[in-house]
Design a protein around this ligand. Structure first.
Ligand SMILES: CC(C)(COP(=O)(O)OP(=O)(O)OC[C@H]1O[C@@H](n2cnc3c(N)ncnc32)[C@H](O)[C@@H]1OP(=O)(O)O)[C@@H](O)C(=O)NCCC(=O)NCCS
Length: 377
């Protein structure tokens, strides 16, 4: 390999692109912290509290929490004309992530009469984030060809989210499991979608454009859409007894086992252990228990059959997440959009951080095309 090719960092592995104070991944210990607090501790809190910590850097006191929940509730309602346009677009039947990415830059139109006292661009981004749950519910209703459910009275994020989708009051367990799952997805270092948001922000493009671009990156199966694909894989495997053979075939043919592996973790992904426990809490129906059994068997077979690999490969957050979402009534086509509903707050934290100390992100390429030549010779 030539001297300069040795300096190509394919996939930017190991490249420290900037500093951040939002989250810390300790890949060797298998730990994740938001603003210094371990996710294990944070997952027991209300979603809006941890969202506030991630975006603004502090845990809110009771008054501030109420202010933030009121804000999300008021700002989160879609203006009727925007909802009507979204309904029309959604009826074309594209994947919810494609529709959501397309609408993201426009979600802040007709701003609400509330504010969290940030700059106009940051306020716009916060309105977009607040409206994503209602946008998802509108897309869902349009695809089902039924009218949207009335806007819920609850200020609590998880309760409102599930009620917007299903039009019924979720149980306290459903709300707390959903909020814990969403907390686990709030931020994760310089993952592909967050880095995308930072690249777009570094050009001084609007924050809403950064969120839309990040949405596009999340839609990729090597990143966010691994959640839908892991669940589809479990459906394909069907029975726990088929897991070993399935994994062996994947490894022999070079097919990725979705929901497995991670760039940063050298041991377990702590979110995977936690999401599995949440799945066990809500999987009561036979078909959900069966899916969990299939995934556990694939997990076991994968560990056994990849022991010799140079890198330790374990289940990531996406592997068991689908069972949690399915048990909460979220269809698989809406997994990645529901992921985006949480990660959008992490993106906003990074957009703010990038703006504070910005330099355009512009790496260098090692040219391997034809040597300089002329058409006249
Ligand atoms: C997450 C992921 C994109 C990380 O990619 P990466 O850091 O570039 O990992 P690498 O490609 O260097 O993987 C190292 C080795 O493990 C293998 N590997 C990694 N993930 C694998 C998987 N899910 N299934 C089978 N083999 C896998 C690679 O083929 C490679 O093998 P090799 O050393 O024989 O070439 C990758 O593990 C993956 O595609 N996983 C499945 C998709 C997924 O779950 N994404 C969600 C991430 S949160």
């Amino acid at each position: 390999m030539s001297e300069s090719l040795q300096h190509v960092h394919k996939g930017l592995e190991g490249v420290i692109a900037d500093t951040t104070s939002v989250s810390l991944i300790d890949g060797d210990a298998g730990r994740l912290y938001y603003r210094g607090y371990a996710v294990e501790e944070l997952a027991r809190k209300r979603f809006a509290e941890v969202m506030h910590l991630v975006v603004f850097g502090t845990l809110p006191d009771a008054d501030r929490l109420q202010e933030v929940e009121d804000y999300l509730w008021i700002a989160g309602r879609l203006p009727p004309e925007l909802a009507a346009s979204l309904r029309q677009i959604a009826r074309h039947g594209e994947h919810p992530m494609a529709t959501l990415q397309a609408i993201t830059t426009l979600l802040a139109l007709e701003p609400p009469a509330v504010s969290l006292g940030r700059s106009p661009q940051e306020e716009e981004a916060l309105i977009v984030a607040a409206r994503i749950p209602a946008a998802i519910a509108t897309i869902y209703a349009a695809l089902q060809d039924h009218p949207e459910h009335p806007y819920p009275a609850s200020r609590r994020y998880g309760e409102r989210y599930l009620q917007l989708l299903h039009g019924r009051q979720p149980s306290p367990i459903e709300v707390s499991v959903f909020e814990s799952a969403q907390i686990l997805q709030l931020d994760h270092g310089f993952n592909a979608s967050t880095f995308t948001a930072r690249v777009v922000t570094s050009t001084l493009a609007p924050a809403t454009s950064a969120l839309s671009a990040a949405m596009g990156a999340l839609y990729g199966p090597l990143h966010g859409a691994a959640d839908q694909q892991a669940l589809e894989m479990a459906l394909e495997v069907g029975q726990p007894e088929r897991a070993r053979e399935f994994v062996a075939q994947c490894l022999a043919s070079g097919r990725k086992v979705m929901g497995m592996g991670h760039r940063e973790y050298r041991v377990v992904d702590p979110r995977s252990r936690m999401i599995r426990a949440l799945a066990q809490q809500v999987a009561h129906r036979p078909e959900h228990i069966q899916l969990l059994d299939v995934l556990s068997a694939v997990d076991e077979a994968f560990i056994e059959q990849t022991r010799e690999k140079r890198r330790t490969l374990r289940a990531n957050l996406e592997f068991y997440k689908g069972v949690v979402y399915l048990a909460l009534g979220i269809p698989k086509e809406f997994f990645t959009a529901s992921f985006a509903a949480a990660r959008v707050f992490g993106w906003i934290a990074h957009v703010m951080e990038q703006r504070q100390d910005n330099r355009i992100i512009r790496p260098t390429a090692h040219y391997v095309g034809p040597a300089p030549r002329s058409m006249t010779q």
